[in-house]
Design a protein around this ligand. Sequence first.
Ligand SMILES: NC(=O)c1ccc[n+]([C@@H]2O[C@H](COP(=O)([O-])OP(=O)(O)OC[C@H]3O[C@@H](n4cnc5c(N)ncnc54)[C@H](O)[C@@H]3O)[C@@H](O)[C@H]2O)c1
Length: 247
Amino acid sequence: MLHGKVAIVTGGAIGIGAATAHLLAKQGATMIIGDINQQAGLATVEQIRSNAGQAYFRHCDVSHEADIQALVQFALDHGGLDIMINNAGIGGQPAPLHLTENHNWQRVLEIDLTGVFWGQKYASQAMLAGGKGGAIVNVASIAGVAGSPNLGPYGVAKAGVIQMSKTGAIELAPAGIRINAVCPGWTETAILDGFEPSIQERLIRSIPLKRMGTPHEIAELIVFLASPAASFITGAEYIIDGGITSM
Ligand SMILES: NC(=O)c1ccc[n+]([C@@H]2O[C@H](COP(=O)([O-])OP(=O)(O)OC[C@H]3O[C@@H](n4cnc5c(N)ncnc54)[C@H](O)[C@@H]3O)[C@@H](O)[C@H]2O)c1
């Protein structure tokens, strides 16, 4: 379904980003993985290639504007840019907002908000210049749709990502560029490694489906939104959380 398309996934070395890269490649897209984790990024590229997919790794720190510009240029040098998945993100140091260190606030916003801004900005410019439209999916979180105790900067950044997706979607709809946000709930990835097992068990008990999501389940939604099957969907925020926000 995505043959001939070129797609970027930031933070595509592991977790939700890697699962998304695998699925996009399976559908025929040429994958460009941008990440700071070169070893895992190259391993993901190798796995995609061993499944007959096309993939490249490019080192990219999304908190560096020049890295994102170079990542988008890399896609243009490999045939264009049709799909941009702004997925790279960090959770930051858990603390209530009134005790959050300034450097933690700044680091989370640099990666989780400004990094997505640059990803959306430079991908949009490339898609506009290409004149063929495109699809951008920004990975936000349920932390961006409700209060998120002890994850203040993260929740603020993710709320900003949802807002940025909607604003960009309206601005670029006339050019055929669709922008949507995906808001996962608790998902089994390395981002949760810092959580005590007892906290993870408590989290699971609070989820109506009584389990965390898998990276593959989140990737299925991201790839749907990036694909022509979602051609009438733009400016939307999709919650995928096992029911936790419905309570
Ligand atoms: N796992 C969850 O429960 C969950 C829930 C909601 C939203 N999310 C969001 O999903 C996205 C993916 O998270 P994940 O759970 O797969 O995490 P993960 O830690 O498994 O993967 C994150 C990836 O981003 C990369 N990365 C980190 N900082 C980067 C930077 N500055 N530049 C480029 N790459 C960088 C990492 O190297 C890694 O490959 C994030 O935006 C995260 O906030 C995750």
